[in-house]
Design a protein around this ligand. Structure first.
Ligand SMILES: [Zn+2]
Length: 199
């Protein structure tokens, strides 16, 4: 699920008329480990300074990863979403994302923690302002990506040390408990699915 939506949200840049032609390898394809992975790595390497969170969401690099699996994958890897691509173990991150997504595809209700209870089913996604399941610190959210194409990135600053250039550092309330949008309360919030913000 979600590939088409993620594709639209990832959006083509100006001049790209043949969107499908630019899609990267499908991370859920059977052939991904043997074939697609190498192609994705090659595409990711073209922009070594790009933030890894933004790069993983770019469907031209690898098709299928949305904001939820990006956030959960990078949490489990202990990598800041704003870490430059060339400083990240990308094969490990892509294998992790694929494992999470394959598992998620077989579940009635997606969860990455193995705990399906409300508010316990994600490590960081949708959990800003709540305690990190691993360290107890406060999970945060900030925008990632180029202006006009920003997406949400949930993360734990303690478990994922590294750059956080778009996080203003202000206290964040748990989603759903205040009127204030998490960050940048603009149209881009549409790429975040409020359905995950439970608990
Ligand atoms: Zn943590």
């Amino acid at each position: 699920m979600g590939t088409g939506r993620a594709l639209l949200a990832g959006g083509p840049t100006a001049g790209e008329s043949d969107l499908i032609g630019h899609l990267g390898p499908d991370i859920l394809a059977d052939a991904f480990p043997a074939d697609g992975l190498a192609q994705s790595l090659e595409r990711l390497a073209r922009h070594p300074a790009r933030t890894v969170g933004d790069a993983l969401l770019d469907q031209r690099n690898v098709a299928g990863i949305g904001t939820m699996y990006m956030a959960e994958t990078l949490f489990l890897q202990g990598v800041s979403p704003w870490q430059p691509v060339d400083e990240v173990d990308l094969p490990a991150a892509l294998h992790r994302a694929r494992r999470l997504m394959v598992r998620g595809a077989t579940q009635a209700q997606q969860n990455t923690t193995g705990d399906p209870r409300r508010g316990q089913d994600m490590f960081v996604h949708g959990r800003s302002g709540r305690p990190c399941r691993r360290c107890g610190g406060s999970v945060r959210v900030a925008m990632i990506g180029e202006p006009t194409r920003e997406r949400t990135a949930f993360y734990c600053p303690a478990c994922q040390p590294g750059p956080t250039p778009t996080d203003d550092g202000r206290p964040q309330r748990p989603l759903g408990t205040g009127s204030r949008r998490p960050v940048g309360g603009s149209t881009r919030v549409q790429t975040y699915r409020p359905g995950r913000a439970r608990g």
